[in-house]
Ligand binder design. Structure first.
Ligand SMILES: Cc1cc2nc3c(=O)[nH]c(=O)nc-3n(C[C@H](O)[C@H](O)[C@H](O)COP(=O)(O)OP(=O)(O)OC[C@H]3O[C@@H](n4cnc5c(N)ncnc54)[C@H](O)[C@@H]3O)c2cc1C
Length: 380
């Protein structure tokens, strides 16, 4: 049974072909080894017009829906989740701007974003604000027509690249209730007082994730996204899109882990036979593909519900939870099937495995997803 329309099938094939012909697995591997941001590939995606897939046609986009976006993320991530991240994190804030931005912000940012001239990073987390993301301490104080921001941010992905604008969650009213005293600012990464340092993380080596020291950063009031005190609903607004996107990308990467392991199992011979012929390896691969198919089905369900604008918080969390844990499981099994060769960068499996290890943490941990799912469950 095929769940995709012919147009969706065609779109999925187009993205897959593009990644193979225009980007390639060697490029993505090299960016990971060199910890180098994938500028050339990012530009190619921008030139193809795909950064605008979710934007309305009146704002210069393609007018696609979240299902189209999910199919794109699945394809872009096939040789590594990290590469897809560089594009995904930029899109989430761009969509926030289309929905909540002032006309001035839209004029300033949308076209340069669609052309690939600027990109966005989301800066929510702090040293003491992880899963409890609203416990923001970074403080913005009003000073005439400006705000002065001080504090420290952590894990802001893609922020060390060129021409980045940060969407930074700050506390503007310490007397308001926890989730109500927050506001989001759009802050160019070269603003005086920002010190952005790329971290030597195990995963996400190319897109990079960062710590940011925020020291007397002066920003105009016009850089506030949405109203004062609207920081939390704005940040939460993109969570559905983010979790569908990452679930799709984990699925794409997990499928490649299975494909690579399957090919290796047929090529590698021990005891005068391909290791695929050992039943234990066959069964492992069968389990891996079954898990990836299940992750894909959960993701397509969540994406199609989101596209139809149906309430789907539970389905989105299920997709994120299952797809991330699938990426982790199938890449661990892939490491076992590739044996010693799995340890080398040119196996690609060790890169997929590292991405799997971060996938159950970033974007809301597995524990938080389970809590969200359980919250929707009622005894009959
Ligand atoms: C590679 C990577 C990229 C990231 N990129 C970004 C980014 O671009 N922007 C950004 O703002 N943030 C980013 N993050 C941060 C990410 O959102 C947080 O790491 C995540 O929300 C978890 O927070 P924490 O790491 O502080 O863990 P903690 O919240 O300290 O959690 C530690 C452990 O305790 C568990 N735990 C915490 N609270 C509960 C609870 N209520 N119930 C049960 N268990 C709980 C967690 O599940 C986890 O196992 C990124 C993280 C990673 C790893």
């Amino acid at each position: 049974m095929n769940f995709l329309t012919p147009e969706q099938e065609m779109w999925r094939d187009t993205v897959n072909r593009f990644v193979d012909e225009e980007i390639g697995r060697e490029y993505i591997r090299k960016c990971d080894i060199d910890r180098a941001y994938p500028y050339e590939a990012y530009d190619k995606v921008a030139k193809a017009g795909w950064l605008g897939i979710l934007f309305s046609e009146e704002n210069g986009g393609l007018g696609g829906d979240i299902m189209d976006y999910a199919l794109m993320c699945e394809g872009l991530a096939k040789y590594g989740f990290d590469f897809a991240t560089s594009l995904m994190v930029a899109t989430f804030t761009a969509m926030n701007i289309e929905k909540f931005g002032t006309q001035e912000q839209k004029d300033q940012y949308i076209e340069p974003f669609l052309n690939g001239d600027i990109r966005f990073s989301i800066s929510i987390s702090e040293p003491s604000a992880g899963s409890d993301a609203a416990s923001t301490r970074t403080r913005a104080k009003r000073d005439g027509d400006d705000w002065i921001v001080n504090g420290q941010k952590l894990w802001c992905s893609g922020a060390a690249a060129d021409n980045v604008v940060l969407a930074m969650l700050t506390r503007t009213d310490p007397d308001a209730a926890k989730h109500k005293g927050l506001s989001t600012f759009l802050i160019p990464s070269n603003t005086k007082g920002l010190d952005i340092r790329k971290l030597p993380t195990m995963a996400r080596r190319a897109t990079g994730t960062t710590e940011i020291f925020v020291d007397d950063v002066r920003v105009p009031h016009s850089s506030m996204l949405g109203g004062e005190g609207q920081g939390w609903p704005i940040i939460c607004d993109h969570l559905e899109l983010e979790r569908v996107a990452v679930a799709a990308a984990y699925t794409g990467n997990a499928q490649m882990a299975v494909d690579d392991a399957l090919r290796y199992a047929h090529e590698r011979e021990q005891f005068d036979q391909p290791i695929f012929d050992f039943q234990v390896i066959k069964h492992l691969l069968a389990d891996m593909q079954t898990q990836v198919d299940a992750a894909r089905l959960l993701t397509y369900r969540a994406a199609s519900m989101a596209a139809a604008k149906q309430p789907c918080m539970r389905e989105v969390s299920m997709a994120k939870l299952f797809a991330s844990e699938t990426l982790q499981t199938v890449t661990r099994n892939g490491m076992q099937i590739l044996g010693g060769h799995s340890m080398l960068p040119d196996s690609d499996m060790e890169r997929y495995f590292r991405e799997g290890m971060q996938s159950t943490i970033g974007g809301g941990t597995s524990q938080i997803q389970r809590t969200l799912i359980a919250r929707t469950m009622r005894p009959s």
